[in-house]
Design a binder for this molecule. Structure first.
Ligand code: PMP
Ligand code: GLU
Length: 384
């Protein structure tokens, strides 16, 4: 112990990421020789498409190893703007900041908008880091629970209308959702738009799972009338292109916002990794087939899980996107997850981490054989 470290109030307000903590625990057990079926972390189990890997290598060989413009190389910011125009957002390259991962884009957004006591509204179950980022920025939280509505937003709009007010600074929308897989309907997003406009609220639209959608259509919030100037669209390469470790993401917002967030970006990360950005250009240009292959594999896994669980009498709310499923478990979901990893060697994340007690999150970014194995082990150990 030393008195030299006088920790900030800010850092005392948060815990380490629960999703990463469980996957670290699973990795430790694996290293100790335990065969864990790891359904904890949200990480596609596919290789990064080979052409993207080659583009990264070529960029290294070509000497793209220095700093870049803080907001990103023009080839990438322009490709991102063009991609967003495809989503119906009237984007230009100077409204984009390229970041080391979507998480950094979110962090910069919270830090840019939220100060002491500013209210952030979250839809529960909500991905762990939204709460932590709010607290790190000094904000206060107001939450709307989608669990009683099968994790859908449309039936919860009246509750959302009650939760937001002129005091609300920021609302966070994540569709397709981590941790539920829910894809929000156009009607729900239009209702969000109406509330945001009425109360003059900024909205984060975290669209990192947009390419992993099954029986639904992904709609970009910023494409709706009235939303361009109040939406910060977050996206990244981790999930769509299986590029988690490359650390590449971005935000898009009106130029005025980008000017403010860009200050934080330039004083913290400077820029995203140069050669990784070049690989990102290739990912946006030439991966439609690989993305489709992964999407189909995820869809088949989801269906397999739903069937297997139904065989054991477990009904789940079936999501239309991402690669997550909320499994109803014991009230004490943390104890259930501890038993799952200790007794059945299956790693899942307790729903409490997402403010959804009574559930465990399954990430089905694992092979069908491993998913079957997980269900077998849970059944054998009386966890299902
Ligand atoms: N948003 C959501 C909802 C996520 O699940 C993740 C996963 N890590 C991220 C953002 C950030 O991902 P990354 O930093 O790898 O781009
Ligand atoms: N987003 C993924 C998850 O929820 C990766 C880990 C993290 O960044 O939280 O598991």
């Amino acid at each position: 112990m030393t008195d030299a470290y006088d920790y900030s109030d800010r850092i005392g307000r948060v815990e380490p990421s629960a999703t990463l903590a469980i996957s670290n625990l699973a990795a430790e057990k694996e290293a100790a020789g335990v065969d864990i079926v790891d359904l904890s972390v949200g990480e596609p189990d596919f290789d990064t498409p080979q052409n993207v890997v080659e583009a990264g290598k070529d960029a290294l060989d070509a000497g793209h190893t220095g700093y870049t413009a803080s907001s990103g190389i023009p080839a990438l910011t322009e490709a991102i703007a063009a991609k967003l125009r495809g989503n119906g957002i009237d984007a230009t390259a100077d409204e984009v900041i390229v970041t080391p991962g979507g998480k950094q884009a979110l962090y910069e957004t919270f830090q840019t908008l939220i100060g002491d006591g500013d209210e952030v509204v979250l839809l529960d179950p909500a991905w762990v880091s939204y709460e932590a980022m709010t607290k790190l920025a000094g904000g206060s939280l107001s939450r709307v629970d989608l669990a009683p509505h099968g994790f859908q937003l449309e039936p919860a709009i009246d509750e959302l209308a009650e939760a937001v007010s002129d005091e609300t600074e920021l609302l966070v929308i994540n569709t397709p959702s981590n941790p539920t897989g829910a894809v929000f309907s156009e009607a729900a997003l239009k209702a969000v738009r109406d509330l945001a406009v009425d109360h003059d609220i900024a909205v984060i639209s975290d669209e990192i799972y947009e390419r992993i959608v099954y029986d639904a259509e992904h709609i970009s919030l910023a494409s709706l009338d009235g939303m361009f100037d109040r939406t910060i669209t977050i996206n990244g390469f981790s999930k769509a292109y299986s590029m988690t470790g490359w650390r590449l993401g971005y935000l898009h917002a009106a130029e005025e916002f980008v000017g403010q967030a860009g200050k934080l970006h330039s004083h913290s990360v400077s820029c995203a990794t140069n050669f990784v950005q070049h690989a990102g250009v290739e990912a946006l240009a030439n991966t439609d087939e690989s993305v489709e292959e992964m999407r189909r594999a995820f869809a088949a896994r989801r269906d397999l899980l739903v069937d297997q669980l139904a065989d054991h009498g477990v009904d789940v709310a079936v999501g239309d996107g991402a690669f997550y499923m909320m499994l109803p478990v014991d009230d004490d979901d943390t104890a259930w997850c501890e038993r799952a990893i200790e007794e059945a060697a299956v790693a899942c994340v307790p729903g409490s981490a997402f403010n959804a007690p009574g559930f465990a999150r399954i990430s089905y970014a694992a092979s069908e054989a491993r998913l079957r194995e997980a269900i077998d082990r849970l059944v054998t150990n009386d966890l299902l």
